[in-house]
Design a protein around this ligand. Sequence first.
Ligand SMILES: [Zn+2]
Length: 253
Amino acid sequence: MAVMPDRTVLLPRFAHAAGTRGFAGRVLENCAAGPLMAWERPAGGPRVYISAGIHGDEPAGPMALLKLMEADFFTPAVHWLLCPVLNPDGLAAGTRGNGDGRDLNRDYLKRRTPEVRAHAAWLESQPAPDLFLSLHEDWETTGFYFYEINLGLDVPPRAAAIIEAVRPWFPPQPGPDIDGHPPRADGWIYHEAKADEPRRWPEAIFLARLGCPLSFTFETPSRAPLARRIAAHMAAVKAAGDYLPAHKKTAGA
Ligand SMILES: [Zn+2]
């Protein structure tokens, strides 16, 4: 098993790997532990946005994005938008919230935190992505699960393919209740584009309101070994990538 990248070297290591692969980095906000970065590599294909590390105590997502970058997963045909560490201070401290203890992933309506203000403004300054993937972890589960928010065509085989891709590392979390929701199938929460708490929007609800037609929020079980959680996130991202939606510009052509 390869040595896992330490979270304190993750930001510079990601910057190096992305920079050498033609990604342009933009500092969205300077945080105490380092910059909140957005990485972009334009292309004519679909716009795919992936974020991780909005909860600082969920390191598998940021590390999975680093490993995908270093493995040259990000193909040239896709317009990639990557925020590998949305909460640099939380990641450095190993806390869910930011340096002020606020949960960034409930702040996309009121935008009281500088991180979310800067991040939301960046997302609003450009066309909505065609696909959004969000990498999270959950302390309360032993299996893998995800949220799907889908404003377009219902494609059940896509959800099934993600479940099967992750199964070598984790079985899908069974119902009848996952994170307060009845799953559509084991591991699969089909969620409306509406926040569970009306005034506390998570990032995925904000993306849907921006016009992003499809998102998946992946959740690996925090209590399992980190290497398995990283591998599971990588497998889920790859499986979702096999079902990339057509870009708006070419849809119907
Ligand atoms: Zn989370």
